[in-house]
Each structure stands twice: as C-alpha cells, then as structure tokens.
Design a protein around this ligand. Structure first.
Ligand code: BV8
Length: 247
C-alpha cells in the first residue's frame, strides 16, 4: 500500500487517532450503518436515547445485554488494526491519543492504553443515583441492585446516547488543538461531535488522513485518503509512519 511520501516525511510529535465501528468490523462486530447493522433491527431513538430508555427500559437493557454477550464470545478478538495501534503506541516517540466511538474493549485487548471511549463502554454500567461506574460482564436490568445504593432500578449502561454529552470532550479538544497528525479509521462521519474532529485538527494545522472502506461523510476535510479494510491497511500504514519517524 502506497502512502503519499509527503505524509511520511514529517517527524510528527502529537498524533490523534479516531476510530469507529469499521475498525471492529473484521473482528466480527456489526457496524451501525451496514445493511446488517445494529440499527437495522431497531430505530436509533428506541435503543440509544434517554427517551427510548425512559419509554421502554427493558428493550434497551436487552439491546445492550445482547451486544455485551456477543462481545464476550470467544471468536470476537482484536484484529490486526487494533494490534497495530497497540504496537504503535509503544514504539512511537511522540504523543499518541486514541479516541474511539466504539463501546467494545477490542482496543484495550489489542494493547492500546492511552485511550478515550468518548461514547462509553459496553462492559460498564452506571448508577443514575450515585453516578458510580461499575465493570460488568453480566446481563443487568432494572431489577439489578447497585452496590452503592443497595437498591434496584438505578443502573443503566455506561454508554453515551444521542442527545447526551460525550465523555472527556475537554481532553479531546485540548489534544486536537495541538496535534500535528489526525488519523480517522473506520467511521462514516455521521455522528457529531466526533465527525467534527477533523475540522478541529485542520484548525490546529495538522495533516489529516482517513482510512476507511468508503469515503466518509466528512471525506472532503481530509488531506489524504486510504481506501480499504482497516485490518489490511492500518498495520502497513503505521509501520511506514514509524520508519519515517526513525529516519
Ligand atoms: C451530542 C454509543 C451535544 C451507543 C453512539 C446535527 C449536527 C450536529 C450534531 C447533531 C445533529 N443532529 C443531531 C446531532 C447530535 C447527535 C448526532 O450527531 N446525530 C447524528 C445522527 C446526526 N450527536 C449526539 O447526540 C452526541 N451528543 O451531540 O451532545 C454536544 C455537542 C458538541 C460537543 C459536546 C456535546 C452523542 C452521540 C453519541 C451516540 N452514541 N454510540 C451505542 O453504541 O449503542 S453513536 C454510535 O454510532 C457509535 O458510537 C458511532 O459514533 C456511531 C456509528 O458511527 P460509526 O462508528 O462511524 O459506524 P458506522 O456504521 O456509521 O460507519 C462505519 C464505517 O466503517 C463506514 O464508513 C464503513 O464504510 C466503514 N467500514 C466498515 N468496515 C470497515 C470499514 N472501514 C475500514 N475497514 C473495515 N473493515
């Protein structure tokens, strides 16, 4: 895979990587907007909004319990793109922040550490009364008792729904404001504020690269485009970046 030699000539010091559902597709996790996407079985507002949770909490608990049990199946493993990002984080001499829209744990299992789950995490639940967050690999619902309040009915998925504030936005915006390379991998660019990060990076003077199966909705904001599967493209791309950094 050729990448523009200009891109690898620079000695980048601060890289922000944004990932979306496309980076987990080759691990067997459905993307949202593909024909067999998650949303196809449900209207977004019914399963990924506070209103949907209020109207039909059981449907929403079931939706996330099903996705959690799917994620924990033995065949769902980090793919070469996740692993390459984990390796890159260890070998890159500059600063690297990985921001993911995904709520799976494949980046952690692929070795990434400096990671922000801006839309929350499937393997966590939150008490709406105390705000405390708990790790969970089990199903839970409104009958589940939280450890903090010792009563049922307070627990919800620790996931950011539409209309809710994504997590750690201050850190993300601060990092974007001083990055010199922004790499977007496997996202359709439909959901904000994540889809607007490329503009923030451009304002900071960063070079911008999109690695995606097809042009995203914000494709025109990127300097470079590498089209194809993340699992096939990301390892080579990051290797070439490291080689350029070391020369
Ligand atoms: C907020 C957790 C205020 C839940 C998710 C108009 C303008 C601006 C904003 C809005 C607007 N109208 C409404 C809004 C707000 C709304 C929004 O953006 N709506 C959209 C629908 C228009 N956003 C919000 O409500 C957000 N909050 O705005 O708060 C605010 C504003 C500014 C600053 C601070 C606060 C909260 C949104 C979070 C919603 N929660 N996830 C869950 O997972 O159940 S969103 C969910 O969907 C994902 O997290 C992800 O973000 C999104 C799916 O997007 P992708 O990851 O891109 O996945 P998709 O399937 O779409 O695309 C996959 C891509 O991969 C495709 O392009 C495909 O070609 C490619 N691909 C496939 N296979 C591969 C591949 N690429 C490479 N390799 C492969 N193998």
């Amino acid at each position: 895979m050729l990448i523009d030699d200009q891109l690898t000539k620079k000695n980048y010091q601060s890289i922000v990587v944004l990932t979306g559902a496309g980076i987990s597709a080759e691990s067997g996790i459905n993307t949202f907007r593909a024909a067999d996407g998650l949303w196809e079985n449900h209207r977004i507002e019914d399963v990924a909004s506070p209103q949907g949770f209020y109207v039909n909490p059981d449907l929403v608990y079931r939706f996330y319990n099903m996705r959690r049990q799917d994620l924990l199946k033995a065949h769902i493993q980090p793919n070469p793109a996740h692993i390459a990002l984990g390796d890159f984080e260890r070998k890159f001499n500059g600063e690297l922040l990985l921001v993911t829209q995904n709520i799976d744990d494949l980046h952690e299992r692929g070795g990434s550490g400096n990671l922000i789950h801006m839309h929350g995490e499937l393997l966590k639940m939150r008490c709406q009364n105390s705000g405390e967050v708990f790790i969970t690999r089990e199903n839970f619902d409104q009958t589940t008792v939280c450890e903090c309040c010792r009563q049922s009915g307070n627990l919800r998925p620790h996931v950011v729904w539409f209309g809710e504030m994504p997590l750690q936005m201050d850190v993300i915006y601060q990092t974007l404001a001083q990055c010199d390379l922004f790499i977007s991998i496997g996202t359709s660019g439909n959901v904000y504020p994540a889809a607007g990060f490329v503009e923030q990076a451009r304002l900071a003077g960063a070079d911008t690269v999109e690695i995606n199966l097809e042009p995203s909705a914000v494709n025109s904001y990127f300097d470079w485009h590498i089209q194809g599967k993340a699992g096939e493209l990301v390892p080579d791309f990051l290797t070439q970046l490291l080689v350029a950094e070391s020369t």
